[in-house]
Design a protein around this ligand. Sequence first.
Ligand SMILES: *Cc1c(COP(=O)(O)O)cnc(C)c1O
Length: 356
Amino acid sequence: MSIKGVIERYKEYLPVTEKTPIITLCEGNTPLVRADFLEKMLNLKAKVYLKFEGQNPTGSFKDRGMTVAVSKAKEEGMQAVMCASTGNTSASASAYAARAGMKSFVVIPEGNIALGKLAQALIHGATVIAINGNFDEALKLVREITDEYPVALVNSINPYRIEGQKSGSFEICDDLGCAPDYHFIPVGNAGNITAYWKGYKEYKDAGKISNLPKMMGFQAAGACPIVEGRIFEHPETIATAIRIGNPASWKMAEAARDESGGMIDKVTDDEIVEAYKILAKKIGVFCEPASAASVAGLIKTLNLGYFNKEDNGKEIKIVCILTGHGLKDPDRAIKIIERPQPVDADKNAILKIMGY
Ligand SMILES: *Cc1c(COP(=O)(O)O)cnc(C)c1O
């Protein structure tokens, strides 16, 4: 067990000095859960692991980057942080700002943010500004404002975010004793795929691992600009955390794909929901819909025969990143599984439902 956060565990790989105040909530060190059910279901000669980032302090991987971004903002004497957000960035930014004694401003697309995430930003004391516009418009405005005012931008275009998030790869390699062969990950603004790839390469350069994974990124079919090579003006998907039409780290994501020999593909909302249900019902892990895109991607790729072609017979290691916690978006779960209708407070009525 570790009581250290990401900065203390991996400071030799991070842009921090003795003078950096460490603003931490003991993020990182998240579980790598073996998903044997998926291995059997998919008839795979592989070990499949789920990196459950929902176990971070605010319930998503954003905390890994936020600890570094907010620590550096504090070091630079900033009084406030600001972000555009589909939800989790604002939840994380507001918590770390509270921890640092700084103000936070978050701009969200009206109506398209999961309730749990909004609650987090509000209770941590952020000034929440909802706009009649989508994430991409929110980010453009935040960039303009933070260019002009002494407010630190903490979206993943802030390089400190990427630096912190690469700790996810270090943990996977430390746990497995090597890098996985395949790394499945949801792609929205594309900061995380960029960060993981950077982390694997740095660990290899440091001699900690000898192999590199293929990076397998998945966008939602209604918001897949990288897959189709065009900006989506009106991105649509139930996976709100990846509902992004013009990713800030587009080029970097393509570089991760091409350098690693991986792919960036799309999965439909139905495929996402299917994976979301399997994870919860058969594996016991409740992630948010966007997170399930990685596992939906694994199922899709397998059905296309990808692994059979590439890895005939050889045992491989696959890691799927589950980016955030299911409790962030309880409405989605309750919409998919019907809410129970009340019955009389009667033993027989209950037994009947139990099937006895
Ligand atoms: C932010 C987020 C993503 C997308 O990550 P990017 O770095 O924007 O590609 C995916 N899932 C969840 C839960 C997120 O919060």
